[in-house]
Design a protein around this ligand. Structure first.
Ligand code: PHE
Length: 367
């Protein structure tokens, strides 16, 4: 039994000395594994006499149990130490600054388009769209510019190569062709359902193109078209609607003025000016006695209604078109139009808008 006691002491010492779980496992295998020292002793039981075995058997079993307990306890200690060591090295440094996020900005043109859509949306206008590449019919002929009409020349049109069937396509010179597309679609809908023409009330924001470039003109620019068609709408509605628009859009008192003008597709026609003043090279809206034109408008010409199959003796309405870039320059004091399209990130950072602030009439269009 002395030998057994010595063996137990030795193994217990080895267990205590094991410095990690792998070393402990080696000690366990050496003692209790298939060919371990304790296992070999147990194997020797078979050769003993029944009397000897009755004493040695329980003693060895008890030894085995004690060693297993020692190993389990040591294992817990080592596992906890290992975990603590890992936690120590894997500690997160919460004071480290977060990675900087690059933030996008909304371009003033997009911002103004959204603001305009919010204002007219509140008045019951829907948003319509048309293609940038137009045919001659939609851009000119249906708008009462017959072929050869001198007003066509004022549009500095970009012409595209003629199509195989000889059709002349252009980059649209204004958003007015969307008036035509909208009315044609409404007429078709009415034909299909056999009902009356539904009242039309749309705005159409988008890109437009003219061969022109200086501080206030770029070959590509933006307009928003408006069109209202029903049986009653008259010039008073036009004036009220656009004056209301200006008052809301500029977010300050503005003076407006309607001035007679001429467009082939409206009769009568008017341009709307807003009062402003120039002070230290800055444009100040809502004061002063100078006038700046911001839109063209008028009652839709009977020839235009006829060209899309609407009876001008029954239906009437108004249309308007304004330059979005011009509105943005005025409202946000941006002096040079060409900078709008120079794709300079510093310019956009300065003049751009937070994507998180959606224009709305409840909390403000631009704040
Ligand atoms: N299309 C005209 C332009 O580009 C503006 C306009 C639209 C005028 C609708 C009257 C009615 O100058």
């Amino acid at each position: 039994m002395d030998d057994t006691q010595k063996l137990e002491n030795e193994i217990a010492a080895a267990i205590g000395a094991a410095s990690d779980e792998a070393a402990l496992e080696a000690v366990r295998v050496d003692a209790l594994g298939k060919k371990g020292r304790v296992s070999l002793l147990m194997r020797g039981l078979g050769k003993m006499s029944p009397e000897e075995r009755q004493i040695a058997g329980p003693a060895l079993n008890a030894l085995k149990t004690r060693l297993n307990e020692l190993i389990a306890t040591r294992k817990d200690v080592l596992a906890e130490a290992a975990l603590n060591a890992r936690l120590e090295t894997e500690r997160l440094d919460m004071s480290l600054p977060a990675r900087a996020r690059t933030q996008g900005r909304i371009h003033p043109v997009s911002q103004v388009m959204d603001e305009v859509a919010v204002i007219f949306g509140d008045m019951g206008f829907a948003v319509a769209e048309g293609p940038d590449i137009e045919d001659d019919f939609h851009n000119f002929t249906a708008l009462n510019f017959p072929p050869g009409h001198p007003a066509r020349d004022q549009h500095d049109t970009f012409f595209l190569n003629e199509k195989e069937d000889g059709e002349q396509m252009v980059l649209r010179t204004h958003t007015s062709p969307v008036q035509i597309r909208t009315m044609v679609a409404a007429v078709e809908r009415a034909k299909k359902t056999g009902g009356d023409l539904e009242p039309i009330r749309i705005i159409a924001p988008g890109r437009t193109y003219r061969c022109d470039s200086d501080q206030t003109h770029t070959p590509m620019f933006h307009q928003v078209e408006g069109l209202v068609i029903d049986k009653e709408t008259h010039m008073g509605h036009l004036k009220g609607c656009l004056a209301d628009f200006a008052a809301t859009f500029f977010e300050t008192e503005v003076k407006t003025r309607f001035r007679p003008h001429h467009f082939p597709f409206t009769e009568p026609s008017a341009e709307m000016d807003i009062g402003y003043e120039r002070k230290d090279g800055q444009i100040l809206i809502g004061q002063g006695d100078q006038w700046m034109e911001i839109l063209g408008s008028g009652m839709v010409h009977p020839n235009v209604l006829t060209s899309v199959g609407i009876d001008p003796d029954v239906y009437q309405g108004f249309a308007f078109g304004m330059g979005i870039d011009r509105l943005a320059m005025l409202k946000y004091g941006i002096p040079d139009l060409r900078d709008f399209f120079a794709a300079d990130a510093r310019w956009l950072k300065h003049y751009g808008f937070s994507p998180l602030l959606q224009p709305n009439l409840a909390t403000g269009l631009s704040s």
